[in-house]
Ligand binder design. Structure first.
Ligand SMILES: C=C(OP(=O)(O)O)C(=O)O
Ligand SMILES: [Mg+2]
Length: 431
């Protein structure tokens, strides 16, 4: 089935900033839409999100140039091509762009088209997206990583740490992860309101706190877990996204909240202390994306009991992930479609991660849309984990809820292994 028409439009994301929607129409009238998310704490090695006007201050700027590129060059190149040739279409757009980071046509223009092509292809085959993307091999319903408190760039630096998340490692079913998280999320809100520490809701739906130091959120978190009736470390574990590149000034890590600068060694010791003191099962971007020595040292020390995720470190980029695997910098990769800018490259990044015995964590962006592509991607690839921000905004819930539907569709084929996913990385060190 060939592509007949491609169009693009400006829509708005969950933060109310402009983004792109691409619509692909096939010869039989079938359509597919790709809605492009957008980050705030973006990594320096990400593919380029094309915005109109001053490139250095792009947040909030319109995307009409990217739209023009879809309607013009991209449409000219791929109209008439079979919609089932996902990789060939993506490669054609990459070659047409001609830059290493998709900055000429825009990673947003290319990704929107790539996602729309995948959706249209699945529809043309009359199968769900997860089945199409995974060639029918997807069956694993992912373990959720859900934000309870938001900070960093997502809450105007209310805390230095960007995400305090919960992982229901003891849950026996996907439904139970949602049940446990909803209890903890609301308990945390209650604790914070009692303490007079709740300002509102951060960008991804977690509570926006008002704190004076970086350990206070841990105390609230531990109290919320207890109040919700769970045991920290057994039923649920803590996960952090430090987003450390945002704190790093090229020399030191700047804690704005306490107005302190920590040397890389001091920062390392703080990460170490937290991992020893609290039931932390997963930590993302604990160091700056250039601080390879610290990543390596930390993985050597904690990689047998903590999932160490590279987000800004790898930016879903195959070359960077390969280098990370060769050097042993982490044991997990955050997977974001728009960091690399096409569906087929994202699938390859997941495969590479899994082949190395590492864990992929499929992730949303802080600026999201009402689309649930990533829920399908996580199941299609048996990634085993999904991170979508929090629980209290519809652009997040649409992803969690979509996995309930996918699970129903899969029926007996569906499996959920919960916290056992970590045996794949933790067992290795001890065998
Ligand atoms: C989702 C994240 O935030 P952003 O989309 O702002 O990069 C993240 O850092 O993992
Ligand atoms: Mg991150």
């Amino acid at each position: 089935m060939n592509i007949k028409h491609i169009d693009a439009y400006q829509i708005y994301d969950s933060r109310g900033y402009p983004t792109l929607e691409v619509e692909v129409t096939l010869e039989d009238g079938t359509t597919g839409r790709g809605l492009v998310p957008s980050g705030a704490s973006t990594g320096q090695f990400e593919a380029w999100e094309l915005r109109d006007g001053d490139k250095s201050k792009f947040r909030g700027k319109s995307v009409y140039k990217a739209i023009e590129n879809v309607r013009g060059e991209i449409a000219n190149a791929i109209i008439g091509q079979s919609v089932f040739e996902q990789e060939a279409i993506d490669q054609k757009m990459i070659a047409l762009d001609g830059t290493p980071n998709k900055s000429r046509l825009g990673a947003n223009a290319i990704l929107g088209t790539s996602m729309a092509v995948a959706y249209a292809a699945a529809k043309a085959k009359n199968i769900p997206l997860f089945e199409y993307l995974g060639n029918g091999k997807g069956y694993l319903i992912p373990l959720n990583e859900i934000q309870i408190l938001g900070g960093g760039a997502h809450a105007d630096w209310a805390t230095d740490i960007q995400d305090f998340l919960v992982i229901a490692v003891g849950a026996k079913t996907y439904e139970e992860t949602l049940e446990m998280t909803h209890n903890i999320y609301h308990a945390a809100g209650e604790v914070m309101k009692e303490k007079g520490k709740c300002v509102g809701i951060a960008d991804e739906g977690g509570w926006w706190p008002d704190y004076i130091d970086n350990e206070e959120p841990f105390e609230v978190f531990m109290e919320a877990i207890k109040r919700a009736g769970y045991e920290a470390g057994r039923d649920v574990a803590i996960s952090l996204d430090i987003a450390a590149s945002d704190l790093f000034d090229g020399e030191n890590y700047h804690l704005r909240l306490e107005d302190r600068k920590l040397t890389p060694d001091e920062f390392y010791d703080m990460m170490k202390l937290w991992c020893e003191k609290y039931p932390i099962v997963s930590i993302e971007d604990p160091f700056a994306d250039t601080a390879f020595d610290y990543w390596k040292k930390f993985t050597d020390e904690f990689g047998d009991r903590v999932q160490i995720i590279g987000d800004d470190l790898f930016t879903t980029n195959i070359k960077r992930i390969k280098e990370g695997i060769d050097k042993g910098l982490a044991n997990s990769v955050l997977i974001k479609l728009n960091q690399i800018g096409s569906v087929s490259e994202t699938l390859k990044a997941i495969e590479l991660t899994q082949n190395a015995g590492w864990l992929p964590v499929v992730s949303a962006r802080s600026g999201e849309t009402e689309d649930a592509f990533i829920s399908h991607l996580a199941v299609a690839t048996n990634a085993g984990q999904l991170k979508v921000g929090s629980f209290a905004r519809s652009e997040r819930m649409v992803k969690w809820n979509e996995n309930l539907r996918i699970q129903r569709k899969l029926g007996d084929k569906a499996a959920f292994i919960g916290g056992k996913i970590y045996d794949r990385i933790f067992a290795k060190e001890t065998v």
